[in-house]
Design a protein. Structure first.
Length: 67
């Protein structure tokens, strides 16, 4: 249910907003990977979650481009 709300929020955004969201998610993923490499990351499942969010954003962007 939580994921469906997130996807609906993504679909409501414009392509520029989606692009900003994608950049922010990629920065977060980089920071999480850096923390993981230096053994400072407590919640390693967050990496998987951010990667999936990036894929969701890209999927919504692709579907908007196809329209």
């Amino acid at each position: 249910m939580k994921i469906n709300k997130y996807v609906e929020e993504l679909r409501a955004k414009t392509s520029a907003e989606l692009n900003e969201e994608l950049v922010a998610a990629k920065k977060e993923l980089f920071n999480l990977r850096f923390q993981n490499a230096t053994n400072q990351l407590d919640n390693t499942s967050r990496i998987k979650e951010v990667r999936r969010n990036i894929a969701r954003i890209q999927t919504v962007m692709a579907s908007k481009a196809a329209e």
